[in-house]
Design a protein around this ligand. Structure first.
Ligand SMILES: Cc1cc2nc3c(=O)[nH]c(=O)nc-3n(C[C@H](O)[C@H](O)[C@H](O)COP(=O)(O)O)c2cc1C
Length: 187
């Protein structure tokens, strides 16, 4: 196998989820942004990070309110995901335009998106300016998940099969499952 070296690579970590992140303005009006930069950063306490460019409308909303919700979309929501990633909430109401439904969260003001099977209510515990993106670290204060996609209800482990993935500037679905974690320990 021959390899080449790429010193200035673009998006070297892939794939990532294609998530819809909700926030609100000071009047309580909600917005949605599509983000590929979403990651787990701590298991105990449960914390996630989202990377948002300062120029996005959502960046300022999350900085001001200190709260956001990560909503994971299914593969059949690809048009809505693309819409929310190519228009700004400064100019359009993305809930109205996509027909997605806002639902009240339990602990934070930004709404859940009803059509998304998983929603993570987050309170910001840190913001880092890293270059093109600001990294927001969110304490996950509540998870909502559709019962029938949960593999383990107590731990909130989700069957990812219907999820939507973002890689190489394209949307992808999941491929086949190759095995369970820990398989190398079994004889
Ligand atoms: C699939 C996809 C992934 C994206 N990922 C990010 C991201 O991780 N960070 C970011 O700042 N913008 C990302 N964007 C771009 C924003 O979603 C886009 O600039 C959006 O219009 C900003 O909305 P707002 O101004 O209402 O906040 C992505 C767009 C798409 C389509």
């Amino acid at each position: 196998m021959s390899k080449i070296q790429i010193p200035r690579c673009y998006r070297p970590v892939y794939p990532t989820p294609a998530a819809l992140v909700t926030s609100i303005d000071s009047d309580g009006k909600p917005n949605i942004i599509t983000l590929g930069e979403v990651a787990m950063v701590s298991l105990k306490p449960t914390r996630v990070s989202v990377g948002m460019r300062p120029a996005t409308y959502s960046n300022g909303l999350v900085k001001n309110s200190g709260e956001f919700v990560v909503n994971f979309a299914n593969a059949d929501m690809v048009r809505e995901v693309d819409f929310c990633g190519t228009r700004s909430g400064r100019n359009v109401d993305k809930f109205v335009e996509t027909g997605l439904t806002p639902e009240p969260a339990v602990h934070v003001k930004p709404p859940l998106i009803k059509e998304c099977p998983v929603n993570l209510e987050c309170k910001v515990v840190g913001v880092l300016s890293l270059g093109s993106h600001d990294l927001f670290i969110g304490d996950v204060v509540m998870m909502h998940a559709e019962k029938d996609i949960l593999l383990n209800e107590e731990r909130g482990q989700v069957n990812p099969e219907k999820g939507l993935i973002f890689a190489m500037n394209s949307y992808w679905g999941f491929g086949e499952k190759l095995g369970d974690a820990g398989l190398s320990r079994k004889s």
